[in-house]
Design a protein around this ligand. Structure first.
Ligand SMILES: *Cc1c(COP(=O)(O)O)cnc(C)c1O
Length: 354
């Protein structure tokens, strides 16, 4: 049956978000998840909360907001939670961009940015990464126009793993006009080990036009429950809360996030294992001839260009699912040592170009 209901032409032409594939029997290194399941304490909290799912969740997630505010040392008015930080990305655009105004970001960066920008009726403007797969902050500054309302800086950058350093970011933020919001997307913050990669919260304190995004999906291992948070200027956070889809952070997610904060030490200890493996995997790939940029996240970027799809197929024959970006490169999540060995074997046996 065909419908004559018109749909938004701009929405119909959007690319669909491509999630990492799950292939039965294969190792999934495609979505930057952590390899281990929830800690027993977190699983128990989720199970206990399951008894109350006939009730709506706390609409404002106040217990979680207050806990985050106190852990981070900021007023609760400066914290918002969302149904994953991807949802907060969209809320930020909705909160600050009038229709047609611009959201600026590097490319390639987080796949959701162009989609959520268009959904929010704003115009995406992209600035290519530099030759080292890093943000080109000078070019981004030059791309700011009177129509620019928001800039995303993904640090470390998904999918390349590269990170901007403190002095570069400080210079950039000092130069961005005061009426442009800069959202530092720090989904991978917990994996950062270089002390020169700044904690964005410092910039929230020093600059009244900076916000930070974090998530429980990556280091905290709650990707399936959907909860993230933002810290930013009070007025902007107020607007971000206005465009929140009512009750979208569910009660299991709220409970699990709180339990994860209680178990932060244990969860962050797991991150050190990932970081150790990240170094080993990158070294092995570089030794095998892949020009993998230095990464501060829980994944590596293989700039394979036209051979990307072929590489992903080869990896799959070795029972490893990677995340290919056709024509550009493959992003591969760091897994357990054993999983990484399987991936490295695939990478080493990928036939060299004639
Ligand atoms: C994974 C990711 C997110 C968000 O994930 P959620 O699961 O929605 O919290 C946000 N930004 C970047 C850059 C990511 O890679």
């Amino acid at each position: 049956m065909s419908s004559s209901v018109p749909t938004r032409a701009d929405v119909m032409s959007l690319p669909s978000y491509v999630p990492g594939r799950s292939v039965p029997g294969a190792i999934k290194l495609a979505s930057n998840e952590v390899p281990e399941g929830p800690l027993p304490s977190v699983a128990e909290a989720i199970a206990r909360a399951a008894g109350d799912v006939n009730r709506y969740p706390d609409m404002g997630a106040w217990a979680l907001v207050d806990r985050l505010a106190s852990d981070l040392g900021v007023p609760a008015d400066q914290v918002a939670v969302g149904c994953g930080s991807v949802s907060l990305c969209q809320q930020f655009v909705q909160a600050v961009c009038e229709p047609g105004q611009e959201a600026l970001f590097a490319w390639r960066s987080f796949e959701a940015y162009p989609i959520i920008t268009r959904v929010a009726n704003a115009t995406p403007v992209t600035v290519p990464l530099d030759a080292g797969h890093r943000h080109d902050l000078d070019a981004m500054l030059a791309a700011i126009t009177p129509a620019t309302r928001l800039v995303f800086v993904c640090n470390p950058n998904n999918p390349t793993g590269t990170a901007v350093r403190r002095d570069q970011l400080t210079r950039f933020l000092d130069a961005v006009p005061d009426d442009v919001l800069v959202v530092l997307d720090e989904a991978y913050r917990e994996f950062v080990t270089d002390p020169d990669v700044p904690d964005g919260l410092g910039f929230v304190r020093s600059h009244p036009n900076v916000a930070v995004l974090r998530t429980f999906s990556k280091a905290y291992g709650l990707a399936g429950l959907r909860v993230g948070y933002a810290v930013g200027p009070e007025e902007v956070i107020k607007a971000v809360r206005k465009v929140y889809v009512a009750f979208s952070v569910n009660s299991l997610a709220q409970t699990a996030a709180l339990a994860s904060l209680d178990a932060a030490d244990e969860l962050l200890a797991r991150c050190s294992d990932i970081v150790r493996e990240r170094g080993r995997v990158r070294d092995a790939l570089v030794a095998a001839g892949y020009p993998v940029p230095e990464t501060e996240a829980n994944f590596v970027w293989l700039p394979l260009g036209e051979r990307t799809t072929e590489f992903a197929e080869h990896a799959l024959q070795h029972k490893v699912v990677v995340r290919p970006f056709a024509g550009e490169g493959a992003r591969v999540t760091i897994g357990t040592p054993e999983q990484n060995d399987t991936f490295l074997e695939a990478a080493r046996t990928f036939p060299a170009r004639e």
